[in-house]
Design a protein around this ligand. Structure first.
Ligand code: UDP
Ligand code: MG
Length: 320
């Protein structure tokens, strides 16, 4: 980086039904930009890009108003609700050619914006990807905290490499964004893709707080399907495991067959066998269903990928 020119930092914010949170979080982010500029870490042309994900409330109206008040606030709006990962990609790709580094952050201030300053410091030290990692989850409910940890562990066991306790709060240099733009898959799981990009990276920790306003759009069911998406987009390990289970079951089967044959020839009483029969029918039935389900997951992925559908459509843009 040239020392005479300060980097332009873009703060990219996905917004879905955030009419209550934006009026609180945007001023805080503007204050951070001002401080970065005073500290000589970011150019005055640094900006906030608010990305409306087809909200049903007044979110876009608020973004338009904020843009009129301050040109450092820019906006894009998706034609439909495409989900957090897609709208985030739309924002990052829009910012890509207009910034030196982009920081993605949620609209609800759960990710402490103060960490942006440490991220930009790391960027000046030459890091190209800086992951925001939660130092504690005290403000999450007991249930959310434990299910989230179970998900990370499960994903890692299943062969999906992610940064522990890192969500989508991170800084990416222009080069990292360019590399990200080369990933063509439709099933986007940014937390899995970005560690694969490589480049020099670092971690910044922060305390995760409660939402400033509005409510979470990630209930348990959405988290579960997000986690399954992550695993099946990145690893074929579940399929391998099913195959191995099949082999082990086959070995057990041979032993059982031997036992049955021996008792058939050498035992003179016939057991009722009803319970074991029912048990095995149920056990095998469920295992077969699980196996078909896993195969189905991958076929579903292939089905979606071959279509090469565009992942988002930007309908409006507030820039200069
Ligand atoms: N979000 C989005 N589209 C969606 C759902 C969520 O853009 O379909 C945004 C939301 O506005 C927020 C971020 O993604 O800025 C994270 O969502 P949320 O805070 O509801 O999730 P949680 O923090 O509870 O996991
Ligand atoms: Mg949140």
């Amino acid at each position: 980086m040239a020392t005479d020119k300060l980097p332009i930092i873009a703060i990219v914010v996905p917004c879905y039904n955030e009419e209550k949170a934006l009026p609180l979080s945007v001023p805080k982010m503007l204050e951070i930009l001002e401080r970065l500029n005073k500290m000589g870490l970011a150019d005055k042309a640094s900006y906030i890009l608010l990305c409306n994900d087809g909200s049903k409330d007044r979110t876009w109206g608020i973004i338009e108003r904020l843009h009129l008040q301050d040109t450092r606030i820019k906006g894009i709006s998706l034609a439909h609700n495409r989900g957090h990962q897609n709208v985030l990609l739309a924002g990052l790709m829009t910012a890509k050619d207009h910034c030196d580094a982009a920081i993605s952050i949620d609209a609800d201030l759960q990710d402490d914006p103060e960490a942006i300053i440490s991220m930009v410091h790391k960027f000046h030290e030459g890091k190209e990807i800086v992951y925001g990692v939660r130092s504690s989850r005290e403000t999450d409910t007991w249930f959310k905290r434990n299910t989230a940890h179970a998900f990370y562990t499960f994903q890692n066991i299943m062969g999906l490499e992610t940064v522990y306790d890192h969500a989508d709060y991170r800084l990416m240099s222009n080069r990292a964004l360019d590399l990200l733009s080369q990933y063509g898959e439709s099933n986007l799981f940014l937390r899995g893709i970005i560690p694969q990009i490589g480049l020099k990276n670092a971690i910044v920790t922060y305390a995760r707080s409660e939402r400033v306003a509005g409510e979470s759009k990630y209930p348990f069911t959405k988290m579960l399907s997000f986690s399954i998406d992550g695993i099946t987009s990145f690893s074929a390990r579940p399929m391998r495991w099913i195959f191995m289970t099949g082999i082990v079951l086959l070995a057990v089967d041979i032993l059982v067959a031997l036992y049955v044959l021996i008792s058939y020839f050498f035992s003179d009483h016939i057991s009722a066998g009803w319970a074991s029969l029912m048990l095995s029918i149920w056990a095998l039935g469920s295992m077969i269903l699980i196996a078909i389900g896993v195969v189905g997951e991958y076929i579903g992925k292939i089905f979606i990928e071959v279509k090469h559908r565009p992942r988002y459509a930007i309908s409006d843009r507030l820039w200069d």
